[in-house]
Write a protein that binds this ligand. Structure first.
Ligand code: BT5
Length: 319
């Protein structure tokens, strides 16, 4: 109901809308309306209330709730349900809990802050309040568990495209980073629950340093935010909308055609690695060579100095 009231206010932004009209349209009592308006004000909505005239929305807060993101969505199922938290341990942990309990494909968990944001191999991910996009998407694709890492390539392509659509020239550092001016602005963590032949669910966690102003000492040389690089605060909700739109389009290719060719075209075109000398640590082994291509399966091909070609499924890369 709160969402419906907010939608009415948003649709009538130019004018006041009376309590009576809201009450009639939504079949809700005037007292309840007053309570919901109070809640909205507490969330940061600036709503003018004038007796005999009614309510008018003056401004909305910069929060990543379903009500704020939905106007930017053109998806069918990705992000049509968004669960928003002010602060949680990790959106991936929460998404896994929900997925385990039967939550549908496409549901998105977003938090303004993570107290235990996670990277790969249990590393930590700095997730300060209100300054980033910390979100996880629940997926239930009917694909071979061996192909789960393809979802990371889809995510990287969706995020890179979306940042590019905002006029910012980000690149992809295979397999799971988006970089801007050679520094990391986004990391992706794909986790899965599966049996030998069947995936129970996949959770893709996306962390974007949107408007972070200052980084902890230990990562300040390798991390950056969109705001720090371009000098402007960016609209987080608009960016989330774009990412979910791009993601659904690219993910549908995997689900419908068992292919990620569109994502890979983006990953190749925007790759910061291809054509360059790289050092990769994969399964405790260090490989130095030239990054040649990304295969149709999403693996990176490296040509070592003795001319040998290696295909990698994941790893720690430095350029
Ligand atoms: C990643 O791991 O890059 C995956 C990060 C995924 C974060 C999202 S946020 C929403 C969802 N919920 C979660 O709990 N996680 C996901 P990896 O490649 O292992 O990189 C981790 C390393 O990046 C750390 O060891 C730090 O050195 C560095 N790092 C930590 N916080 C960072 C930040 N905010 N920006 C850039 N680098 C960071």
């Amino acid at each position: 109901m709160k969402g419906k009231i907010l939608k009415l206010l948003k649709d009538n932004k130019e004018d006041f809308i009376s309590g009576e009209k809201i009450s009639q349209q939504l079949n809700v009592s005037r007292t309840s309306i007053w309570k919901y308006i109070k809640q909205l004000k507490e969330e940061g909505y600036n709503i003018e209330s004038v007796s005999r005239k009614g309510y008018r929305l003056i401004s909305s807060p910069d929060i990543l709730t379903s009500e704020e993101i939905t106007p930017y969505l053109n998806t069918e199922y990705i992000g049509r349900k968004i669960l928003h938290f002010d602060s949680i341990d990790s959106t991936n942990i929460k998404a896994k809990e929900f997925a385990q309990r039967g939550e549908e494909e496409g549901t998105v968990i977003i938090s303004e802050e993570q107290t235990k944001g996670r990277g790969r191999l249990g590393r930590s991910w700095a997730s300060p309040k209100g300054e980033g996009i910390w979100m996880s998407i629940i997926l239930k694709p009917n694909i071979n568990p061996m192909d789960a890492s393809k979802v990371t390539q889809i995510g990287a392509a969706a995020v890179c495209n979306s940042i590019n659509e905002m006029g910012i020239d980000a690149l992809i550092k295979w397999p799971n980073d988006i970089v801007l001016n050679r520094k990391k602005v986004c990391g992706i963590l794909t986790e899965m629950s599966a049996e030998l032949n069947i995936i129970n669910y996949i959770v893709i966690g996306i962390g974007i340093n949107a408007n972070i102003r200052k980084f902890p000492e230990d990562i300040k040389d390798m991390a950056t935010s969109l705001k720090l690089e371009i000098g402007n605060t960016i609209s987080r909700k608009k960016l989330v909308g774009k990412i979910l739109n791009n993601f659904e389009e690219l993910y549908n290719e995997l689900v419908n055609n068992n292919s990620i060719s569109k994502s890979l075209n983006i990953c190749r075109k925007k790759s910061i690695l291809l054509g360059n000398k790289v050092k990769i640590i994969s399964r405790n082994q260090e490989i130095i060579g030239k990054a040649i291509d990304i295969t149709n399966e999403g693996e990176l091909i490296i040509e070592t100095e003795n001319g040998k070609r290696e295909k990698l499924i994941s790893g720690e890369v430095s350029v």
